[in-house]
Design a protein around this ligand. Sequence first.
Ligand SMILES: Cc1cc2nc3c(=O)[nH]c(=O)nc-3n(C[C@H](O)[C@H](O)[C@H](O)COP(=O)(O)O)c2cc1C
Length: 180
Amino acid sequence: MPDPTLLTICGALRKASTNRLLLAEAARAFGPATTVDANLRLPLFDEDIETGPGIPAEVQALADQIKAADAVVISTPEYNKALPGVLKNALDWVSRTKGGPWRDKPVAVISAADGRAGGDRSQFSLRLAMMPFRAQVLPGPEVMVAHSRQAFDGDGRLIEAQYVKALTELMELLRAEIGR
Ligand SMILES: Cc1cc2nc3c(=O)[nH]c(=O)nc-3n(C[C@H](O)[C@H](O)[C@H](O)COP(=O)(O)O)c2cc1C
């Protein structure tokens, strides 16, 4: 059997994003896979674009990546107690593509935030935002990395064992969902 394809989606665009570091840890914990990283630098959703020029190529590329992936992991920062606009924008765009790319897709949601709750509320709002798409979003274990700018060492590895344990378990469950 070929290695599964894991799509990683980062809700933060900045280069030094701690969510990006968390996704790298998630991919390592997932095990052998072809890892593809999504590009969320999309135009702002505008129905005039949809009805005029049509679905932008980069949006269709994202939808195709979701469709082709065996599993998806989304890591979200918390912006003002909710998921960031770039992530919601991507979800709204993808919802306008054909073929229901999220349908039955195994998805793990994780978060890293500078606050002490580790993006608890952003993760909750992301789970709600995912509901219309009927993906298989794993309920847990919850991975919410608090004080995320201090949570990784110089090599980008998670420092606290409790996070590594929960993330490893979540990624094992995600892998087990493939093909169910
Ligand atoms: C607009 C904005 C709003 C934020 N709101 C929150 C918040 O509600 N809760 C929180 O824990 N951190 C908040 N933060 C801090 C982020 O958690 C911090 O910037 C974190 O590093 C973002 O994730 P990243 O490292 O992947 O970019 C906010 C940051 C920004 C830029």
